[in-house]
Design a protein around this ligand. Structure first.
Ligand SMILES: [Zn+2]
Ligand SMILES: [Zn+2]
Ligand SMILES: [Zn+2]
Length: 782
């Protein structure tokens, strides 16, 4: 050993050091400060913690070994609802202070901006709820730092009680003591409440008068079991509820709500009850139990006792578990087995949240209301998820996820992306974060637009983002496009239009940190193309900031335009006509239930190009196939025909022989896209039908054919571009069979395949992709 070492002063292990620690992520309103307080006390460290603009700031002082132990435990013992994105540690000067404090945000001179997502009742609170000796026994609004409403009860930042709808309920001394004690589970739990000081549940009749009963919850259960329709106030809005095992009650709900066909979600007590209804995989069970408690679309068990009309003609059921104490109380009654819990709205209108609004809008639907006096300040539907090809996928990203951010692979200046038309979700971006709004429904009318504006105001306030640029869909006729242009003009902001399918693929790329180029497989219903036609079956060569069209499904006419979306038999005639079949002879008409006159009129329309826009949509190809195979003449909800085609094939092997598609034409150097033709596919399908092949088998062959056609097109794209990465997106990626066939087919060809994980592949994810494209375009300009 070198002598110089011996002359150094030995390190004094007990000499104090001080470290400043900045923790970013979801760390506010989730019990992070009390956890840090407890850890610091246990390690006998001095210092403080306070909320900061983008996270929490901690300073700790003590022996180095203790400080290091604290930093290690910070990661491993973080509270369940928190998510640590980064921890930055820097050295600070030792101050000699003693004791550890939790300081108010003002002390740090910065505003905290975080509002956490709503979270399901935690096991500790559930135990108290059902414990007769607890002071909160059967109290429907109990919560703690590990659970409870957040986003939906908050008016503005910072997330403190006076800014929430709990402001009008002053805490009693017992609740206040919990709130002030850093070692209590309810330390700074903003919605903390009890029987003595908090909100109350009431039973209200259809005419709006309160019904005097001893226990409104038990009275509501009695009514549900008698077959009545109850409107039940939840976390993000009202639910309409009926006994899910009562066929007549379910039918009455459908009639009153004017909602036929579209499946209804069912809530059950716990996992054991969910297993009685559905065949659940481990991934599906994990998804059901996440704090967001989404509706999970899972395979239904035969003879599970659920009314036929809950999910007519489908092999899946949307099932979910209670997430609010009031819901747990309903299921604590042993008589309650399964309840339909569907958003309380008419068709695609926003969900009702206000007591008065609910009484007027739902008075004609509900027989009675189970209400309470805590206001919901943000509408938020239940989230919907499914396990697709072994991985969780969000169909609808709402309660429990909003307003959590999703990462971008590059910095964005403050911007607003307004999304699309159906299933609208907008997004605000700043830096590397994109904050998507809750699911807002279809942006077709003023009610939808009002909800959009109300929600935008709220999120802009919440995150203090003032957009400099507004991003919209290329479609000139979308209400969202018109609104974006007007809003940007009034404020003198920049505008960027993004092609619908470029945004879809860019979203998938950005989620995986890719900037391209990649081969984008885009399988969707509707999107406005750069040539003014309706796209939706596309092979794109994509970068975040731009794309080229390599191939697409051959254009076919949509006779009757949007009528062809509501009436798949029209699409079938369009497809068969384009594939060269004579659609007027009797056998074809009989297949589609079309009259002689209908097929004659449609033929003329298509031949003369009257009201028959051209489309390359895969969604419309699915519609056409469902019309031919299943005789599906009209649809009650979007994508119904495609969902039924997938449904009928559910038990078929994946190895089923594929119908073929033909690739033709195209000149990549001249940017002339290749065409994916469906003639051979239709010939194969019609032959099988004629030969009496079973319909599930035909549906499986159809899926296999579509997947094989797009895999072949990707192989062609790789041959000329050398690109080996494929990103898949679009609404058709919700189709489990198609997603799996595509992934396995592409991997067998040696591709690296990327799919959505945090945002929806459908139009609900569009605004995230729009933000990614705009960020890349703006970065290039700088
Ligand atoms: Zn709790
Ligand atoms: Zn209290
Ligand atoms: Zn789309």
């Amino acid at each position: 050993m070198d002598e110089t070492h011996a002359t150094e002063a030995p390190t004094d292990v007990a000499a104090p050091v001080r470290r400043s620690v900045l923790v970013c992520g979801v760390v506010q309103g989730v019990g992070f400060r009390p956890t840090v307080y407890r850890l610091a006390k246990e390690e006998a460290l001095a210092g403080f913690i306070g909320n900061d603009t983008d996270g929490v700031t901690i300073e700790v002082e003590g022996p180095l070994s203790r400080v290091e132990a604290f930093l290690a435990r910070l990661r491993t013992e973080a509270p369940p609802l928190s998510r640590i994105d980064s921890i930055v540690v820097s050295e600070a000067a030792v101050t000699g202070e003693t004791g550890f404090r939790i300081v108010a945000s003002e002390v740090l001179g910065r505003v905290s901006t975080g509002i956490p997502a709503d979270a399901a009742t935690c096991p500790d609170c559930l135990r108290e709820l059902l414990d007769p000796s607890d002071r909160r026994y059967r109290y429907a609004f109990l919560n703690c730092t590990n659970c409870g409403p957040r986003f939906t009860i908050t008016r503005r930042i910072p997330y403190d009680r006076p800014q929430t709808s709990m402001a009008r309920f002053p805490m009693c001394p017992a609740c206040q003591a919990e709130y002030d004690d850093p070692l209590n589970r309810r330390f700074h739990a903003q919605p903390n409440a009890c029987w003595d000081c908090g909100p109350r549940v009431s039973l209200v009749g259809a005419e709006g008068a309160e019904i005097a009963v001893d226990d409104p919850v038990t009275a509501a259960i009695d009514r549900l079991l008698a077959g009545e329709i109850m409107a039940i106030k939840g976390i993000g809005g009202f639910h309409l509820s009926v006994d899910a095992t009562n066929e007549a009650a379910v039918m009455r709900l459908r009639q009153r709500k004017h909602r036929y066909g579209k499946p209804l979600a069912v809530m059950v007590k716990d996992m054991a009850a969910a297993r009685e209804l559905c065949l659940l995989t481990a991934e599906e069970e994990a998804l059901l139990l996440t704090p967001a408690r989404p509706i999970v679309l899972a395979r239904m068990r035969e003879g599970n006792g659920i009314a036929e009309d809950v999910a007519p003609g489908l092999p899946w059921l949307g099932v979910f578990l209670p997430y609010a104490p009031l819901q747990h109380l309903l299921f604590a009654d042993e008589r309650v087995r399964a309840l339909v819990m569907t958003s309380a709205n008419l068709s695609e209108e926003p969900i009702a949240i206000d007591n008065e609004e609910a009484r007027t809008r739902l008075g004609g639907i509900a027989d009675a209301f189970l209400m309470h006096d805590r206001e919901i300040l943000q509408r938020c539907d239940d989230s919907v998820a499914a396990v697709v090809d072994g991985a969780p996928q969000l169909v609808r990203r709402a309660r429990g996820f909003v307003p959590l951010g999703v990462e971008l692979p590059l910095d964005a200046p403050p911007l607003l992306a307004v999304g699309g038309h159906l299933k609208n979700v907008f997004a605000l971006a700043r830096g590397r974060r994109v904050y998507q709004s809750q699911h807002l429904g279809d942006l077709e009318n003023l009610t939808g637009l009002e909800f959009f504006k109300e929600s935008l105001d709220h999120l802009m306030r919440t995150f203090e983002i003032q957009p400099q640029t507004v991003v919209h869909d290329l479609h000139p006729g979308y209400l969202s496009t018109e609104w974006a242009k007007e809003w940007a003009q009034e404020r003198g902001l920049g505008l960027i239009a993004v092609q619908h399918h470029h945004a879809h693929v860019a979203g998938c790329m950005a989620e995986h940190g890719l900037q391209g180029p990649v081969i984008g497989l885009l399988l969707d219903g509707t999107g406005y193309g750069t040539d003014g036609k309706i796209w939706g079956g596309e092979v794109l060569v994509c970068r975040l900031d731009g794309f080229e069209r390599f191939a697409h499904l051959e254009y076919v006419p949509m006779p009757g335009s949007t009528a062809a979306i509501r009436e798949p038999w029209r699409m079938a005639l369009g497809h068969l006509h384009a594939a060269g079949f004579d659609i007027e002879p009797e056998p074809v008409r009989k297949l589609l239930g079309a009259t002689e006159q209908e097929s004659r009129v449609l033929t003329r329309m298509m031949e003369r190009g009257i009201n028959s826009p051209l489309t390359s949509s895969l969604g419309r190809l699915f519609d056409a196939a469902a019309a031919v195979v299943l005789g599906r003449r009209t649809v009650d909800y979007e994508a119904q025909a495609a969902i039924e085609m997938e449904g009928i094939a559910v038990d078929q092997p994946y190895e089923e022989a594929a119908y073929s598609m033909e690739l033709a034409g195209g000149d990549w150097a001249a940017r002339d896209p290749m065409k994916i033709g469906t003639g051979p596919l239709w010939r194969g399908l019609l032959k099988d039908l004629g030969d009496g092949v079973r319909k599930p088998r035909i549906a499986a062959r159809f899926h296999a054919g579509v997947a094989a056609g797009f895999v072949q097109a990707a192989v062609k794209a790789r041959a000329v571009t050398g690109i080996g990465q494929v990103a898949m997106s679009g609404g058709c990626m919700h189709n489990r069979r198609l997603a799996r066939l595509l992934r396995t087919g592409l991997e067998a060809e040696g591709f690296e395949v990327f799919q959505h994980a945090q945002v929806s592949p459908g139009d609900g994810g569009l605004s995230y992709g729009q933000a990614a494209v705009a960020a890349a375009i703006l970065a290039k300009q700088r």
